[in-house]
Structures are given as C-alpha cells and as structure tokens.
Write a protein that binds this ligand. Structure first.
Ligand SMILES: Cc1ncc(COP(=O)(O)O)c(C=O)c1O
Length: 460
C-alpha cells in the first residue's frame, strides 16, 4: 500500500517513532522519505530537502553512493552472513579491522565490532569494568561522563548521556555513573572568564570530583571530542590538554566517543587528532559505513588489548560479542566507504568547504535571535535566545527552535533542534560550497520567520 497523503499517513502509520513527540506525530503524520540523491532526500510527495544533518550525523557520502550499494550486493552474494565467535571471522571483516587500525590515531591495536554507537559505548563500559577486575581493582568501577553528553540510549549508555530526556521515567541513570561539567563556554563561563581560565576551572572541577569519589573508585572518563546531540559544543582549545594529565594521574581510562566526530567531520580523520587526544578506547559508528549499514566498533589500545589477553588466559574466554559483530555485509560497505574516503581525500574536502559553512553560520551572529554561532569542520550550531545581552532562553514550552526547524524544512532544508533551542548543522561531507549556501539560505529564511513569530506572539 502506498501512503501518499498526509491523511493516509496519519491514519495508517504503525511506526512508534524514536526521539519524537508521539502525540504530535500521530496528529500531523510523519515526513515520509522515499529516496535520496547526493545531499538531497525526497518525500513521498516529491518535495526535495537538502539534508543538513546527513540524516543523523551519518550519511557522510550523501544518499546515492552506488559503490556502497554494489559492495553490499557483492558481499550478499559471496558471504551474506558469518560471525566472529570461537575464533572464526569473515574475511572482509579482517580487512576492515586492518584498515581501521591503519587510519586510527596512534596506539590503537585491535578492533571489536558491534552494530550501533550505543552498543559500542556499552561495550566500552563493560571493558572498563572488566579491565579493572582483571587488574585486581574491583572498586575501580565508576564512569564519568559530562553533562549534555550523548553516548546512546541502552541502559548503561543512556545513563552516561547527560540529557534529561534519556533518564526521566526510564529509572536512569544506573549507579556508578557520574557527570562532570560540560565544556560549553557560552553557557558555563563566569562573567569575563576566558576560554583558557574556564578550561582550567573545569579540569580542576573534574579532579575534585575524582578526589571526592576516591581515585581508586573511578574507572573511565567518556567524552565526545565535539559534543553532538548535547548542542554541538566545541571545547575550549586547551580543555583536553588539561583533562588528559588528570586522567593519567589517577589511572583512569579515556574513552573517546567518535561516533559523530570520526571519519572527517571535524576536519581531521578523527576528532582525537583535531584535539590531540590519546584515548585508550575509541568508539566509532555512523560515518564508518556512511550510514548505509548498521555497524560500529571499539578500537582498543595495545595496553587494553594486553590486559584482555591476560584475562582470557585466566578465564579461558573473552565473554563478549554479538551475533552481528563483524557481520560481513556492513563490513564490506564500511570497507568500501573507507576506500572512498581515501580516494576522494574526504578530510581535505572537509577542510576545503568547512570554512564556508563556519563563516556562513557565524554570519547570523548579529541576528536578534542568535546568542551563539559555533562549530568546526562540517559540524556547527546556532543557539537561539530570548535576550542576546543576558543570554536568557525562551520558555522551552514555546518550542522556538522546533518552529525554526519546521520553517527550514518548509524552505527546503532538514536541520535538527536540540534541547536549549539549539539548531544543528551536520551535512554530508560531500556537500559543495553552493549547497552550503543553499542550506544556510533556508536557515536564514527560517530564522526571519521565527523572529516574526516571536514578535507576533510577544515572546521577546
Ligand atoms: C556521540 C554519539 N555517541 C553514541 C551515539 C549512539 O549511537 P546509536 O544511535 O547508533 O546507538 C550517538 C548517536 O547519535 C552519538 O551521537
């Protein structure tokens, strides 16, 4: 059956929508997307949208890369399923693991595959616990994440996520999870505080938290190089330089969640390179397969691997893994994706067009609704405020950024609003300068529509 009208979609949709206001989507019907081409997707009434979020920060090569479809088809014909339990492995997955270690930040030694970003981070939590048991430190189990972090929505990763919607009424967070400050200078800095002083204060605050809890109880620190779903928060330049020595001092594992930042988004192959991070574990997903297949991975350092090896000697098994860990079809698509990144020098592409997007986003900084305009590479955001001088926000119930995003969609660009009236940009990495201008043009019109709405309703 083809659901071609909004009425039919409303009446006949059986979809339970994640991360959605269920009442609203039931009343208004979903936006049904039927096909994609380049950076554009088309709805079931033929309307075209520039996908300014690459879907969910993932469709790095756009929506019509035939080579990825062909890679999946070839793999389906050759070996549609195999697994990596009990010492077996699909050939293509070994190739992918090798390629990942070649391009990974220095020090990564082994790759453990999973299916989603949440699973990869969930695995990293388990590894942190397991490693400390292996080292005879059964008390060293607490995990520190940051307020506004997004690390997923499984029981454990939703607990790491520092956003209320992931916890409320889900009986989360679980115990042993702590949250430290979010490195958002615009919101978190004291009056007149420089980025440098702010970063030093946050590092000190982290150290105080570790000391209060007891360093012998803290296992790991999780961080996205640039926070995505929490509002595209680019940390101050010296933030991680100050955080990392503290983690080393107290022997705390550093897990870099590169689920969004990995594979070029910030203008280096990994966010860890952009911010000079030396993590023990890196989690990747999304652009690993350009979003075309569900696949994620944990890259672990040789230090971590040596501990797992010794523990396997002791227990006789490394008792973790999923049926679809190392699934050959997503692995084949990911391998082809990495080939395309190399052939087209995707990092250079981001460095070439990124400045256009960053300048474009910042060109709206003077608009009466814009409190902050920020980003790096091909990720950015605009934070909408009621009062520029005081940074006062709108009442969340007014849904100002949600309105803005609806208007942007009306003008032909899909963007995403996040808690705090933040509108994010994270287009496919293949976007051209002309397409960036088009995306930001739609945003500009939507911003003006929103300003008109805000004044009409007396919201500002
Ligand atoms: C930084 C980060 N980590 C983890 C996840 C969770 O990934 P998934 O939705 O594939 O479980 C996301 C999803 O957006 C993410 O942005």
């Amino acid at each position: 059956m083809s659901l071609t009208t909004p009425a039919a979609r409303r009446d006949l949709s059986f979809h339970l929508h994640p991360a959605t206001n269920l009442r609203q989507v039931q009343a208004e019907g979903p936006l049904v997307i039927t096909r994609g081409e380049g950076v554009y997707v088309y709805d079931d009434e033929g309307r075209r949208y520039l996908e300014g979020m690459a879907g969910l920060w993932c469709a790095s090569l756009g929506f019509s890369e035939r080579r990825l479809a062909d890679a999946a088809y070839r793999q389906m014909c050759e070996l549609p399923f195999y697994h990596s339990f009990a010492g077996k492995v699909p050939a293509v997955s070994t190739e992918l693991a090798e390629r990942l270690i070649q391009i990974a930040p220095e020090g990564m030694a082994r790759v453990l595959f999973a299916n989603s970003g949440s699973e990869a981070n969930d695995t990293a939590i388990k590894l942190a616990w397991y490693i400390n048991n292996a080292q005879g430190r059964p008390r060293k189990k607490k995990i520190i994440a940051r307020q506004r972090a997004y690390h997923g929505v499984t029981v454990a990763t939703a607990s790491l996520t520092g956003l209320a919607f992931a916890h409320t009424d889900f009986d989360l967070p679980i115990d042993r999870i702590l949250h430290t400050d979010c490195p958002h200078h615009y919101r978190g800095a004291r009056p007149g505080e420089s980025e440098e002083t702010f970063a030093a204060r946050l590092a000190d605050s982290l150290e105080q938290l570790i000391l209060r809890e007891g360093p012998d109880t803290v296992a790991a620190f999780f961080a996205e190089p640039v926070m995505g779903a929490g509002g595209v928060i680019v940390p101050p330049a010296t933030y991680f330089d100050r955080i990392q020595p503290i983690l080393r001092k107290y022997d705390i594992l550093f897990v870099a969640d590169e689920v969004i930042c990995g594979f070029g988004r910030t203008g280096s192959m990994f966010g860890s390179q952009t911010f000079n991070l030396q993590p023990d574990i890196i989690t990747v997903a999304k652009a690993l397969s350009a979003g075309y297949q569900p696949i994620s991975a944990n890259l672990v350092s040789s230090k971590v691997y040596e501990i797992l090896l010794a523990q396997s000697d002791k227990l006789g098994i490394f008792g973790h893994g999923y049926t679809y860990s190392s699934h050959p079809v997503p692995a084949a698509v990911a391998l082809e994706t990495l080939k395309i990144y190399a052939e087209r020098d995707i990092v250079a592409a981001v460095r070439r067009v990124g400045p256009r997007m960053q300048a474009g986003i910042r060109s709206y900084a003077d608009h009466p609704l814009v409190g902050d305009a920020r980003g790096i590479g091909l990720i950015g955001a605009v934070e909408v405020v009621r009062n520029k001088a005081t940074k006062e926000s709108f009442d969340p119930k007014a849904g100002v950024a949600a309105y803005l995003v609806r208007r942007a969609q009306h003008h032909g660009a899909i963007l995403r609003n996040m808690p705090g009236d933040i509108v994010a940009f994270s287009p496919p990495l293949i976007i051209s300068e002309a397409e960036i201008d088009e995306m930001l043009g739609c945003f500009g019109k939507a911003l003006d529509d929103t300003w008109a709405m805000v004044r009409e309703r007396g919201l500002a």
